[in-house]
Design a protein. Structure first.
Ligand SMILES: [Zn+2]
Length: 76
């Protein structure tokens, strides 16, 4: 390898919010994840809603509100 151009490639502990931890190597040290292969629906095969900061709730509220508005327009 050419000298002085390669970053340090060190052992890194990768930890996910689901509790899964594994060891790999990286140039940036330890890594924290919000989703990993242990908990992602693609790998688990389970359909699970991953709600980031209540986005699904907010979408449902918005669609309910627009339904209400439409309903009130039809009655008047
Ligand atoms: Zn995970």
């Amino acid at each position: 390898m050419k000298e002085k151009i390669h970053p340090k490639y060190v052992a890194a502990q990768v930890s996910c919010v689901c509790g899964s931890v594994f060891i790999t190597r990286s140039t940036i040290g330890n890594i924290k994840l919000e989703i990993c292969s242990e908990c992602h629906p693609f790998f688990t095969g389970r359909q699970k809603m991953i709600d980031t900061a209540g986005r699904i709730d907010r979408f449902n509220q918005r669609s309910q509100r627009s339904k209400d508005i439409r309903a009130s327009k039809q009655t008047s």
